[in-house]
Ligand binder design. Structure first.
Ligand SMILES: NC(=O)c1ccc[n+]([C@@H]2O[C@H](COP(=O)([O-])OP(=O)(O)OC[C@H]3O[C@@H](n4cnc5c(N)ncnc54)[C@H](OP(=O)(O)O)[C@@H]3O)[C@@H](O)[C@H]2O)c1
Ligand SMILES: *[C@@H]1O[C@H](CO)[C@@H](O)[C@H](O)[C@H]1NC(C)=O
Length: 331
């Protein structure tokens, strides 16, 4: 059983702009803000049982946010893990925060609610706390003629249903974000994008703070995901965070692991982090990053690490033939 301290930390560790700031009515729900640390579910599909077990392990460890997506192809197994985890921990649906994402092939405004219904059906849930547009890119039969603004307007309409509490975006560029805000009623509550010590994007993160938009940091452990290729593969790929000298020194000084240092740094700068692991020991280790006590000087050292290395690991721009992340670092 997870010790109680884990749970109280999870309950306290919420980030958030107030609903007033975002002008999005948040129905009575707890957590009403996105938790500082959540559990990622991409590539979590060794087997159905393994996926469900990782998710229920995460809930037992204290995570109260599960980050899902239709394209991950595992929402049924993730949903089973959520159901099992809630039962084992004697929690209710409203005690946790569940995010999912609209895939590119359902950007046609008429298809948006169907996509949401499918995700809810697969996850076995009645509502999502947060529904994100996964990419500002449509890949439907009408392709590029569908603007992400029209897709967003269809997502805004979902707020009138009981099926989503908040809506947001992922992988938008500065121009796309500004265009979206200037043509919509609702600002995104959350923007999920890649950021970690090797891709800090300090100004970009700050701009969101100024707009009252929460940033969720995906791939918070940088190049640990095997799908990004082995560390050190090319000249410009920095060594894994687990082998980074500066991060290791901080970890040793503070009695944390390297992964915990990277995650706590992410939370300390005001982003919510969503590490993924299929191993129980790492799932727990990552959650315990909440207790890793970083000092001001550690943030300074990591800031310097970001000047030394700059690497974006997730960029399907070439494969899709569309420019992404225009105006941002690491493109
Ligand atoms: N919106 C988007 O477009 C987008 C894109 C990418 C990711 N995401 C979300 O963000 C989540 C996290 O990103 P990510 O999966 O790319 O990268 P990540 O969480 O930074 O790294 C995951 C990798 O790190 C390993 N790992 C995890 N904890 C570790 C630890 N304590 N020590 C050593 N290795 C560890 C995992 O291995 P094992 O699993 O083998 O333990 C896995 O290979 C995803 O699962 C997904 O939910 C969203
Ligand atoms: C998932 O499968 C891997 C590989 O067999 C195993 O090492 C890991 O412990 C499993 N994870 C869970 C949570 O069952």
């Amino acid at each position: 059983m997870a010790p109680l301290t884990r749970i109280s930390i999870a309950a306290l560790a919420c980030l958030g702009a107030s609903s007033a700031q975002n002008q999005i009515p948040i129905p009575a729900t707890k957590p009403s803000h996105i938790p500082a640390i959540g559990f990622g579910t991409w590539n979590l599909k060794i087997s159905s049982k393994n996926t469900s077990s990782a998710v229920s392990t995460a809930l037992r460890a204290g995570y109260r946010h599960i980050d899902c997506a239709a394209i991950y192809g595992n929402e049924k197994d993730v949903g089973k893990g959520i159901k099992d985890g809630l039962k084992e921990m004697d929690l209710k649906r409203e005690d946790i925060w569940v995010t999912s994402k609209l895939w590119n092939d359902h950007h046609e405004p008429d298809l948006v609610e169907n996509a949401l219904d499918q995700t809810l059906h697969d996850l076995g849930l009645e509502y999502l706390d947060l529904y994100l547009m996964h990419w500002p890119v449509a890949s439907t039969s009408k392709g590029s003629v569908i603007s992400y603004v029209d897709t967003w307007h269809a997502m805004e309409a979902l707020l009138q249903t009981s099926k989503v509490r908040q809506i947001g975006i992922s992988n938008f560029s500065p121009h796309q974000l500004h265009h979206l805000i200037s043509t919509s009623t609702h600002k995104p509550s959350v923007h999920q994008f890649e950021t970690h010590p090797y891709l800090q994007q300090t100004e970009w993160v700050k701009l969101h703070k100024d707009h009252g938009i929460i940033v969720t940091a995906y791939s918070p452990l940088a190049n640990l995901n095997p799908i990004y290729g082995s560390p050190g593969k090319s000249k410009d790929t920095p060594s894994s965070l687990l082998e980074n000298k500066e991060i290791s020194e901080i970890a040793e000084k503070r009695g944390c692991t390297n992964a915990q240092v990277a995650l706590k740094w992410g939370m300390g700068r005001g982003t919510s982090v969503i590490p993924k692991s299929s191993h129980a020991s790492r799932i727990e280790e990552n959650f315990d990053a909440l207790e890793c006590d970083l000092h001001e000087e550690d943030y300074d050292v990591i800031h310097e690490v970001g000047k030394k290395y700059l690497k974006r690991f997730n960029n399907p721009s070439e494969g899709w033939g569309v420019p992404l992340y225009e105006g941002l670092d690491g493109t």
